[in-house]
Write a protein that binds this ligand. Structure first.
Ligand code: FES
Length: 89
């Protein structure tokens, strides 16, 4: 059965993760989601530093932490958590 629950992505907006790539990841992910508005919905938010700066840039997807993320990793995670409904970047 396809997953229809929203995929919740929170991007670390702490200064270390931001400068290590999440500044670009946020923009690229927003652009990706505009071009791929397929269900289930993707909820995008930010969070503050969680103390894993050395592993950054970091993000969480449905409460699970992911480290050293880039757009390809994030879109792969969206595809994984949405049951394959979204195309990759
Ligand atoms: S800035 Fe992201 S974990 Fe510290």
């Amino acid at each position: 059965m396809p997953n229809t629950s929203p995929v919740k992505i929170t991007i670390c907006m702490g200064s270390s993760c931001f400068s290590r790539g999440n500044n670009r990841n946020v923009e690229a992910l927003q652009e990706f989601l505009k071009k791929n508005p397929l269900p289930p919905a993707v909820e995008l938010a930010g969070h503050l530093c969680q103390g894993n700066c050395q592993l950054g840039p970091n993000a969480m997807v449905n409460g699970n932490p992911y480290y050293t993320v880039d757009l390809l990793a994030l879109t792969s995670l969206i595809r994984h958590y949405s049951g394959g409904k979204h195309e990759s970047a």
